[in-house]
Design a protein around this ligand. Sequence first.
Ligand SMILES: [Zn+2]
Length: 393
Amino acid sequence: MIEIKGIEQHYDWGGEFYIPLLTGQEHASGEPMAELWLGDHPNGVATLTNGIPLTDWMAADYQGRLGDSCIKHYGKRLPFLLKVLDVKAPLSIQVHPTKKQAEKGYDLEQGLSIEPSKRNYKDANHKPELMLALSDFWLLHGFKSEKEITALLSKEESLESLLSPFTEGGTKQLVSYIFALSASELAPLIMPIVNRYLDAYQENRLSKNNAYFWMMRAYMRAASANAQLEAGLLMVLLLNLCYVAKGGVIFQDAGIPHAYLEGQNIELMANSDNVLRAGLTSKHVDPKELLSIVNFDPVKAESISPIAKDGGLEYPVPVNDFCLTEYRLQAGESLSLPENPGPCIWFVLSGEMTVNGQDKYWRNGSAFYQEPGNTSTIYAQTELVIYRSSAKL
Ligand SMILES: [Zn+2]
């Protein structure tokens, strides 16, 4: 087992304090610390403590560090990417492709000369993801039911014109319709709602469990950046608003539109950065490609209950690329890390521990790479919460 250091991503929606407090690392004041990446994705490669990139270290001995079955299934790279997120402002509404869609899209875009920020497909992989809330967490996840959307369009007088595309062709036609509207065509739909709720939002009279709170927050951000009105503001009302209590876990499969709104989480996903966006931020939106991969079926975010396995709690997901397992130890307890045929990344969320009886203490924010076949033992010095990411091989 070898210690690794994550890479921080300074996206503008990130908070300033959570990740630096967690990892104990210095950071330039005022700079947002949105994500900590623990993996080998080209957009953010973790390093060993001596600064050597994880990719170089793996390349020196792929067989020993990834294992034959991992290489066979996923190639010479990690199957998964582990992240910690601190969401202060809403992220874009986004959708991730299936493996097939990603392969096709990546191939096609490779042949065209598109500037990187306008690319939909940055790699040929799917990106199902699992999130575990480290605080109260709010997100949008999947479309509401037909009944709920009908009720919304009937209740909001300014949205009445949307009833006919919706009745004709369901959610898909409705979404295609609003994405085809210009900012000036969107204004009579959106502004009456903004005028009705903005004071309440600013005076703190809207709950975070009320979708209008998030619509107003997104509107205010766009307004302060002098951005035009966009269809994403209406999407906030069409998607399910979910509150996840600390410790809760949600899985997001290909095609499910979603947006993180606020809170901190651990995210584990297939090793990909393929994101198609549907607004709420200034990032590139490609409505045509988006509409071709979105799942318009109504869904409810299902929280995932863990099952006891190998002395820990495993969160079952319907993909093989990744698996998150939580271990909780009391002070004085030890854990022999379960042997794995592939690589594992470990992350210490809280507490203090030693490894293999060495004379060194590791604390919250530390991360480790466990090679296939390695069997280290960790000793909890205090109450310890530690997570393992692995692939099913
Ligand atoms: Zn996502």
